[in-house]
Design a protein around this ligand. Structure first.
Ligand SMILES: Cc1cc2nc3c(=O)[nH]c(=O)nc-3n(C[C@H](O)[C@H](O)[C@H](O)COP(=O)(O)OP(=O)(O)OC[C@H]3O[C@@H](n4cnc5c(N)ncnc54)[C@H](O)[C@@H]3O)c2cc1C
Length: 276
């Protein structure tokens, strides 16, 4: 990739790239298949070191992994929403991020769990918080000679969990009109929220880290009032457009609805999560 610069393009599952090449949207002269590099295919979790999720791990392997389902249920459900089972057998979370779509399902879920992307190239390697990775629709911080190796994700704190939901017009095989991911940590003594992260998809040119929405929850009990404040802040953080999938007004409404739902779901999961 260093030799060919922007004439080369990485491929993990190819479920975006091959379609874009067929449509003439991207015309790389060289396609570099990363799937056989072992570091890109591993899922490794320990309480001490957290999660290392290889960039090329197919979504289906994420769903089949017991640690993923237990410790990162929101990220796991986001990966399990991509396309169909056939698509999930190829599609990777790395490709989902590097494709740079504002509607990509796993990006809000990755931001919610504070994932960092480990990027490597001839100049060395760097760790990029996922919320800083996408710069415009279809564009990322990656240089042409850089590849994404893996995601590094912290061990969830005790009494915490995550959730992701999206709205699509049909049951499957569609692109998010709105997607919302949240991670919540509770104090088991009084059920107050001690930490939160909320992220939005498909309502701006890049996925949005809705810091103010999370701040509306921290220090509060998660009752209707605090959750409504978070939903209002998430709506205010969104900047959707009108398109064939929905109007901006409709999308803003759905941001509020989904924010309420994912915050409640993540909190329910956090309450039953074992003290880790
Ligand atoms: C029928 C269908 C349904 C779909 N449904 C959904 C859906 O519901 N939700 C959703 O979010 N997406 C959906 N997608 C889009 C796609 O499947 C996902 O974005 C998928 O996660 C892409 O992963 P991939 O491994 O196939 O990426 P690829 O196509 O291999 O790559 C995507 C882009 O990222 C770059 N890239 C990939 N890996 C790396 C790397 N490690 N380092 C540097 N650059 C890299 C490639 O050069 C390319 O530009 C769907 C696609 C299809 C065809």
């Amino acid at each position: 990739m260093a030799a060919h610069g922007d004439k080369a393009r990485a491929l993990c599952g190819g479920t975006d790239l091959i379609i874009q090449m067929r449509a003439g949207v991207r015309r790389p002269e060289y396609v570099v298949d990363l799937k056989n590099i072992a570091a890109l295919r591993q899922i490794s979790f320990s309480m001490q070191h957290g999660l290392r999720l290889g960039a090329a791990v197919p979504a289906i392997e994420i769903h089949e992994n017991a640690d993923m389902r237990r410790y990162y249920p929101g990220l796991t459900e986001a990966a399990h929403l991509i396309g169909s089972l056939q698509i999930q057998s190829r599609a990777s979370v790395g490709g989902n991020l590097c494709n740079g779509s504002p509607a990509a399902d796993t990006i809000p879920a990755l931001i919610a769990v504070a994932a960092k992307a480990r990027v490597i190239g001839p100049q060395g390697e760097r760790l990029v918080p996922v919320e800083e990775f996408c710069t415009a629709p279809g564009r990322t911080v990656l240089q042409p000679d850089e590849i994404l190796i893996e995601f590094q994700i912290p061990t969830p704190a005790p009494h915490s969990s995550d959730a992701y939901q999206r709205f699509i017009p049909r049951n499957e095989m569609d692109i998010a009109v709105v997607g919302v991911g949240a991670a919540i940590t509770l104090d088991p003594a009084d059920d107050r929220c001690v930490a939160a992260r909320i992220a939005l998809g498909a309502v701006g040119p890049t996925p949005i880290f809705a810091r103010e929405a999370a701040a509306a929850l921290v220090g509060k009990r998660l009752d209707e009032a605090s959750i409504d404040n978070a939903a209002r802040a998430a709506t205010a953080a969104s900047s959707p457009i009108d398109d064939m999938r929905g109007t901006a007004e409709f999308r803003r409404h759905v941001v509020g609805v989904l924010t309420r739902r994912v915050v409640k779901l993540a909190a329910e999961r956090a309450r039953v999560a074992q003290s880790r």
